[in-house]
Design a binder for this molecule. Structure first.
Ligand code: ADP
Ligand code: MG
Length: 210
């Protein structure tokens, strides 16, 4: 059972967008997939409810209850955990007791990078991370690759203590799909396929490190 934690100290970086699209990717791939939502806002739970009428459903589990793990069925093959903004490195450490890998989304702006750096330094000191038992990957999200700001931010991210495992572009596709309980992996147009390609490196990294 591969368990993926999605967390960042910063709000609005794309945790729920990444958690829901990743969960959908696993489900479309035929895996029994559970999406644990540890954010009071419930974005991931609401999405899994919207998705329940579509093929390749994902089971939503509220993650704020102490006994959340009991609600994950034994036959689950993939578990994605979405968390709330403002999470501390210590709390990430507690969730990492259950997870194999941590994905940290970062937006391409100085404000977001500066806010995330101290969090990443603390994450690097977590015992499971230090011992190499839990891999950490950064995802640059909402990139506009043709802009200087995005290019500079990506360069800066490449010098952070963890590997940059995906560069996801800014597209309304994520917003529209989410509203319907869907993901970019539920569509097959040429344009959507180019956005699916943005995930290839991340999916390979998960296979290697999960
Ligand atoms: N790659 C993207 N392209 C366009 N919009 C995005 C992208 N990623 C996230 N968003 C939008 O940005 C907002 C914040 O994303 P969300 O996933 O809710 O972040 P978080 O869960 O970290 O708070 C949402 O409105 C979401 O639809
Ligand atoms: Mg969220």
């Amino acid at each position: 059972m591969l368990k993926v934690l999605v967390a960042s100290s910063k709000g609005g970086a794309g945790k729920s967008t990444i958690a829901t699209n990743l969960a959908a990717n696993f489900a479309v791939d035929g895996k029994n997939t559970v999406l644990v939502d540890a954010d009071r806002q419930g974005s991931s739970l609401h999405w899994s409810e919207r998705r329940s009428v579509h093929p390749n459903a994902v089971l939503g589990v509220p993650g704020l209850r102490r006994d959340w793990a009991k609600h994950v069925p034994d036959d689950a093959q993939r578990v994605v955990i979405d968390t709330a903004a403002g999470i501390t490195a210590g709390e990430v450490g507690e969730w990492l007791e259950f997870a194999d890998v941590l994905i940290v989304p970062v937006l391409p702006s100085a404000i977001d990078l500066e806010a995330t750096m101290p969090f990443l330094d603390e994450v690097a000191e977590l015992p499971r991370v230090k011992k190499g038992k839990a891999a950490v990957g950064l995802v640059a999200n909402r990139l506009k690759p043709w802009t200087n700001a995005s290019q500079l931010a990506v360069e800066e991210m490449q010098s952070l203590p963890f590997p940059l495992v995906a560069q996801l572009r800014d597209t309304q596709g994520y917003v529209l799909a989410n509203a319907l309980g869907k993901s970019i992996f539920d569509y097959h147009s040429e344009q959507v396929r180019s956005h699916q390609d943005d995930w290839a490196k991340l999916l390979r990294w998960l296979k290697k490190n999960g």
